[in-house]
Every structure is written in C-alpha cells, then in structure tokens.
Design a binder for this molecule. Sequence first.
Ligand code: MN3
Length: 284
Amino acid sequence: MCDIKDLYIATLEKKLAELSGIEVNQIKKNQLANAADEARAIQEMADYVAGIVVETKGKAQVGVVDPQIGAVYQYIENELGEERGQHSLPPLGYVYGALEPHISSLIMEIHHTKHHQAYINNLIAASKKLEEAEAANDITSINALLPAIQFNGGGHLNHTIFWTNMGPGGTGKPSGAIAAAIDRDFGSFDTFKEKFSTASVGVKGSGWGWLGYCPKGKKLAVATCQNQDPLQLTHGLIPLLGLDVWEHAYYLQYKNLRADYVKAFFNVINWDNVNARFEKAQSQ
Ligand code: MN3
C-alpha cells in the first residue's frame, strides 16, 4: 500500500453517503468482484449504464460529485491526451504476431480489436449519460455512474498502458534508471520478478499485476488490482508496468496455466517504455 489513499476513499464514501443519502453499498454497486467472463461483465456494465434514468424534472439535488469520476478521466487524458467522452482505440506499435511465440497473434488481435474496443464503447456510453446527468444536475445519477466509468475507463487506460509495455524481441532485463531503482527497492531484479509474478499469478478472479511508483515515498512497489480498477485510484501508485491476468489475455494459448503466461510475459517486456514512464512519474 502506497499511502493513505484507501482511508481517504473510505472517508470520502462515508461523507458522500451522508451528503447524498446514497448508501455506500449502493455507490459500490456493480463492482463486479471476481468477474471471470469479460464479455458478460462488459454487457452487464452496458446494461447498468442504460438502466440509469436521469432525473429531468430540473429540481436541484443536494450532494457532492464523487471526485473519483474526474480522477479516472484525468488519468486517461494524461495517458492518451483524450478529452472526456472522446475516446478511441490506440493503434499498437507493432503487428499482432510480433510477440509470438510468447503471446499469440490471435490473442493479440482479439484482445485489442474486441475487448479493448468494448471498454471504449461502454466508456463513451457512460460519458454521454454523465453529460445528461450533469445537465439535469442529477447528483444521484452522476455518482451512480462511477462503477461504470471506473470499470470501462480503467479498462481503456490499463490496456493502453499494457500494449506499450510490450514489444517484439523484448530487451530481457531492464537497464538504466529503472534497473537501478529495482535493485534499490527490491534488492535485485530476480527478487522483483518473483514478487511481481507471485502477485500476478495470485490475483483472485480477474485483474492486473502492476509495478508502480509511489510519488510520496519515492519508491517502486508491486501491487494488484481487481477487475479494471485503475492502479493510481486504488493504491496511489503511478503505473509503470502492467500485466493483464484476465483469462481472455492468455486462455486461447495457455488454457488455465496463468503462471506459464506470466513467465512468458517477461520475454516481451519493453523496458524502454517502463524507463520512460519511470522518468515521467518522478517528475510529477
Ligand atoms: Mn484485457
């Protein structure tokens, strides 16, 4: 855990519940704990957004908008330069077969064009609904959109980072500043590799393994997130290296052997990209 972010969020949720009259459980509704089937989860979230009826009677509501909504859009803007509601599929910097034999061409193509695209479609739908709710000053509906924005916005953000974290003919071991920081904060590259791998293999259900930078402690840390929860929102860490451990990321090739997929991932890490992210994170 990087800092007091969890406590901050818990306090914030309590305050929101007091002010808005919405139960914390209601705010957390549809967190999709341990969603194993991505297609189903994405459809469920689309239905959830469609089911939110914006109050259009024009009566002003007392309440506060959850700042986590703005935070997710801010992370996306920082990563992709996209404005809220204007989202599109970023092209890969390599062909689908470039990561063979470690990650198959078919997985890459389906993952990029179907799964990532679905998050973007849902995020655009949620953003339209958000605009509608804001125009009507419907705080209840605005805050009810948080799970959908977090899930689909997080999905868009996480996959975008993930594609750039990989590259053909991976450089094997890190070099430069990130290599020195890994030695400093984990003792050695092998210790880091073991920690990252164990954490990623151990994610219950669906989620991500991460190497992140804690701006407060100025240290690297390994962390995991459930579903598509953004790393920075969950742990206060700036993402440097992410690994998608949802089954769709490896099942076609590795079946249920997640550990083999995690091992193979180390052959395709683009450490130059991780280094560039590390440099940027330190200057924030
Ligand atoms: Mn995925």
